[in-house]
Design a protein around this ligand. Structure first.
Ligand code: FDA
Length: 396
């Protein structure tokens, strides 16, 4: 990049949101430069969905998003929906499948989505400037001036698409929040979301033998519950149901877990006791749970009982509680190191939901994960990136 260059639109961040915005702005005839300090565009897309990118969710709707203003995402999701992105994928001829719960994945590789975007950028005449770090951003009378480590840029519209704090190893920075603060926009405090939860040392020690065990569980926090896989790990708990609930959970709070949510555990144990009282509680629970888990629960809840016949109904109720009413206070989360997303971010009260433009700074836009809109696990976060990027691309 030469000393001072002029563009209609500069976009910081060549991720999902930034590239979608660049394509749309370029199509409108705007001169567009997309900057990224990374060496390759769309790195999070590339690694997403285990290399197959869960690029959207067929059912994406506002209720799948967390934000201080839950209505903020309505406009963008309506203007550019999951069906719109699916059409783009189909026109491109990318084969995909639904895995579960409306989650759409590439059959072959997430690189196909990255290529869809980089080819779209080129076709729209947008320029991609990689390995370009940002130093300063300043307002000028007719736009913005940016000092990058490849020279100075001047633009009319500045779009911040620099993502959240998750996975710093991949280039995540707090850049977008700093820009927002500098221009007087509010920040809803950020925290890691869609992240494994950790346990205190005694609980961890007790559960250590279960590392690697997985079940279909129902995990609840207050009135919010998810029924998906749960995985015991060497650090604590993971799996989709835990990642989902982690976005709702706060330090010091409890979650409640049902490890066999569709079973009437008490009825099952009573029937088992009547049929064969000599069997151990663990053996009886083994019909409902993986063996190692049944063993651990049986021994922890009724350590002295070798036979079901020795257990009263009250004791069976205790076992039922241990299986389907397990209340636990996670010690913490694995943090931004492994979090898929960042909750909180640029306060939507300071943005126009129809355009993504800052209310008090004409020409300044925020899109994607840097904004205080965070989706559930399951393709919702990319859909927010596509929708918010598309919307800003119509106005920047
Ligand atoms: P994104 O983070 O993609 O892009 C921001 C860009 O800005 C990056 O390229 C970064 O290098 C650049 N940048 C940052 N600071 C900068 C600076 N100071 N100067 C220049 N450039 C800068 N979601 C989903 O819907 N389905 C899925 O399958 C997955 N899977 C998944 C797996 C893993 C491991 C993670 C970590 C995350 C997911 N996600 C996901 C979440 C999804 O990846 C995320 O929500 C989107 O990538 C957000 O898109 P953005 O474009 O907003 O930010």
């Amino acid at each position: 990049m030469n000393a001072t260059r002029q563009a209609d639109v500069v976009i910081v961040g060549a991720g999902a949101a930034g590239m979608m915005c660049a394509i749309e702005a370029g199509r409108r005839g705007r001169s567009v430069i997309v900057l990224d300090h990374a060496r390759a565009p769309g790195e999070k897309i590339r690694i997403s969905g285990g290399g197959r990118c869960n690029f959207t969710n067929r059912d994406a709707a506002p209720r799948h998003y967390l934000s201080a203003n839950p209505s903020f995402c309505i406009s963008a999701l309506r203007q550019y929906s999951a069906q719109d992105f699916i059409r783009l994928v189909e026109v491109r001829g990318i084969a995909y499948h639904e895995k579960t719960l409306g989650q759409l994945f590439c059959d072959s590789s997430s690189r196909q989505i990255v290529e869809l975007l980089t080819d779209g950028l080129a076709a729209a005449g947008a320029e991609l400037s990689l390995s370009t770090g940002m130093r300063e951003v300043a307002k000028t009378p007719d736009g913005f001036r940016l000092e990058t480590d490849r020279g100075t840029l001047a633009c009319r519209s500045l779009v911040i698409a620099s993502g959240g704090r998750s996975i710093p190893k991949m280039g995540a920075t707090g850049f977008g929040y700093d820009v927002a603060t500098r221009f007087g926009l509010g920040i809803v405090p950020t925290r890691p979301g869609l992240v494994p939860l950790t346990l205190d040392p005694p609980t961890l020690e007790r559960l250590a033998p279960l590392a690697g065990v997985g079940v279909e569980a129902r995990v609840r926090h207050g009135r919010t519950a998810f029924e998906e896989g749960l995985l015991f790990t060497h650090r604590g708990l993971s799996g989709p149901s835990i990642l989902q609930i982690s976005s709702y959970w706060r330090e010091g709070e409890e979650i409640e877990i049902a490890l066999a949510p569709h079973a009437d555990v008490f009825a099952h144990l009573r029937e088992a006791r009547g049929r064969n009282g000599k069997q151990s509680p663990a053996t009886a629970l083994g019909a409902l749970l993986p063996k190692r888990l049944a063993q651990a629960i049986g021994e922890a809840a009724e350590p002295a009982a070798a036979r079901l016949a020795d257990l009263s109904d009250k004791a069976l109720r205790r076992l039922e509680q241990a299986v389907n009413g397990w209340r636990l206070k996670p010690a913490g989360s694995e943090g931004y190191r492994t979090a898929e997303v960042t909750l909180g971010g640029v306060d939507t009260a300071d943005l126009d939901s129809r355009t993504m433009q800052a209310r008090n700074v004409p020409g300044l836009y925020f899109i994607g994960e840097v904004v205080d809109v965070t989706g559930w696990l399951g393709g919702y976060n990319f859909q927010w990136a596509w929708s918010s990027g598309w919307v800003a691309g119509q106005h920047a």
